[in-house]
Design a protein around this ligand. Structure first.
Ligand code: NI
Length: 182
């Protein structure tokens, strides 16, 4: 089932999301619906607050990047109860977008390397290191479960320039190919 995507201004996007247990009701359906929603909206990542749930789940499928980065051909993962333990490597600046900020793309500087612990959809534990685009997308999605958005990192000047568009998004006055929820 394709779910509506919460957009900038919806308070759920500013909550620090909570861990879940394997008994969380409807977990398998929620994960399936989030993937359906992410693919429909043509995103490469999605976090639970973006479908209105303040819980620590996010997922990504980086296969759209595989033409340029073949290592992402089968990179489809669910991260539950994630904790980033370390951020290292060079700070790298690259352009990001977000399904919760339709039409906005900005350069964001992030560390190139992270170490993260999480459980997958079967509650199997992992402790892994990621670099490059995987590290960037993980940090973007991880921010969502900590109540942050990529526009929090841009300069005050860029923010001022975007103010009108952000206000419009918060009122639902924005074009998107998917259903949105303000
Ligand atoms: Ni996002």
């Amino acid at each position: 089932m394709i779910l509506p995507v919460t957009v900038y201004g919806n308070p759920v996007l500013r909550k620090v999301a909570q861990d879940i247990t394997p008994e969380y009701e409807g977990l398998a359906d929620l994960i399936k619906n989030m993937f359906d929603t992410m693919y429909f909206a043509e995103g490469i990542g999605l976090a639970a607050p973006q479908v209105g749930k303040p819980i620590r789940i996010f997922m990504m499928d980086l296969s759209p990047l595989a033409e340029e980065f073949p290592e992402y051909q089968d990179f489809k993962k669910v991260f539950i109860n994630a904790q980033i333990l370390e951020r290292s490597g060079e700070p790298v600046s690259d352009e990001e977008g977000c399904l919760s900020l339709p039409g906005i793309r900005e350069k964001v500087e992030r560390p190139d390397k992270i170490r993260i612990t999480y459980v997958d959809e079967n509650f199997v534990k992992y402790d892994e290191v990621y670099e490059g685009w995987a590290a960037r997308v993980i940090q973007h999605e991880y921010d969502h479960i900590d109540g942050k958005l990529f526009i929090d990192y841009i300069s005050p000047l860029r923010r001022r320039l975007l103010k009108g568009r952000l206000t419009a998004i918060s009122k639902g006055k924005v074009e998107a190919k998917y259903r949105i929820r303000t």
